[in-house]
Design a protein around this ligand. Structure first.
Ligand SMILES: Cc1cc2nc3c(=O)[nH]c(=O)nc-3n(C[C@H](O)[C@H](O)[C@H](O)COP(=O)(O)OP(=O)(O)OC[C@H]3O[C@@H](n4cnc5c(N)ncnc54)[C@H](O)[C@@H]3O)c2cc1C
Length: 301
């Protein structure tokens, strides 16, 4: 039986739309299924993405979706894929509204979900004055009083990086301690170390004016950098039997340089399949996955 589509792309953001565009331009029948929850939806502006600096995530993704929709072999559905499985050599997905679609190949571009540290006042500041990526949002808080809130051992690398944007205090939260060598590096970067745990964020959210410590002191801080634990935003990769790697912040779908996963015919791109996460990396990986899925359709491999 002929599949409805050549390729189903699950996730229609930076990675998924980039993959689908290559397939559309190869005149293949493509279905994009997207739940409209891109990871950066909490930020008012996106930065550092080629030609789109300062636009909102919704504007960039909306424009890319509209351009893709012009291609006659493309269908775009706003919905969540609930299940994905292989049946007689095809990939079948079922949406939460019970609709079913099938295709010869599948590209997973489902992104990740951030698990933020548990701290009163933090959630409502995420993407505004609580940040994770200085290349994305550091410029906008340059020369302000900056904090790095430790969530794991890697936080020391963030603490060493952030002083290029402003005077930095590293809040160790009692979960990480610098070695003697690291302490010297932090000193050279003029990082102030605060070992008393932070218990609350202060200020008129989403702005931040300070962090309250467990001993009652308040440290004046304008923006905080954290490194959230990441989780797969969807279980579809797991359902299809894909293997995972453990990255520095969470699991990633194992994929080779052509974005082929451990399951033949399943490609993965974007934040779900790499520890190097930003919109540009996701888009580039999506292009690779789209081209690789096209070649796989031709070769049958
Ligand atoms: C607060 C914040 C700000 C950021 N700012 C920047 C920035 O300024 N510049 C920059 O380059 N990067 C920024 N990033 C990083 C950027 O958001 C990601 O690297 C990028 O969004 C990854 O793209 P993606 O396509 O892999 O995944 P996402 O953009 O996360 O998209 C995944 C898509 O898949 C959909 N999806 C998931 N599961 C399913 C399913 N089962 N069925 C259907 N659809 C599904 C989701 O709804 C979503 O639309 C920021 C991240 C955060 C958290």
């Amino acid at each position: 039986m002929r599949s409805q589509f050549d390729v189903i792309v699950v996730g229609g953001s930076f990675a998924g739309l980039s993959a689908a565009m290559q397939l559309a331009r190869a005149r293949r029948r493509v279905l994009v299924v997207d739940g409209r929850k891109p990871r950066n939806r909490f930020a008012a502006h996106s930065h550092g993405f080629f030609g789109q600096d300062g636009k909102s995530p919704a504007e960039i993704i909306g424009e890319a979706t509209a351009q893709l929709a012009q291609y006659p072999t493309v269908d775009i559905v706003t919905a969540e894929a609930e299940t994905a499985r292989q049946l007689d050599g095809r990939f079948v997905i079922t949406l939460t509204d019970r609709r079913m679609f099938d295709a010869d190949r599948i590209v997973l571009a489902t992104g990740v979900r951030d698990e933020l540290p548990s701290l009163p006042g933090l959630d409502e500041r995420w993407g505004a004055s609580v940040l994770h990526c200085p290349y994305c949002h550091g410029y906008e808080v340059a020369d302000k009083k900056l904090g790095v809130l430790a969530t794991n051992a890697l936080s020391i690398h963030q603490a060493l990086l952030i002083p290029d944007w402003g005077p930095t205090t590293w809040f160790t939260q009692g979960i990480v301690e610098a070695t003697r060598e690291e302490a010297l590096l932090l000193e050279a970067r003029k990082v102030r170390i605060e070992r008393t745990p932070v218990v609350e964020m202060l200020g008129n959210a989403p702005d931040t004016t300070g962090l309250r410590l467990s001993d009652g002191r308040v440290v004046a801080i304008d923006a905080v950098f954290v490194s959230p634990r990441t989780h797969m935003a969807s279980t579809v990769a797991e359902q299809l039997g894909c293997e995972f790697d453990e990255g520095p912040t969470g699991p990633t779908i194992r994929a080779n340089e052509f974005k082929q996963t451990s399951v033949r015919g399943v490609f993965a791109a974007g934040d779900a399949a790499t520890a190097w996460t930003n919109a540009t990396f996701a888009s580039a990986a999506g292009v690779t996955a789209g081209v690789a899925a096209h070649r796989s359709l031709i070769s049958g491999l």
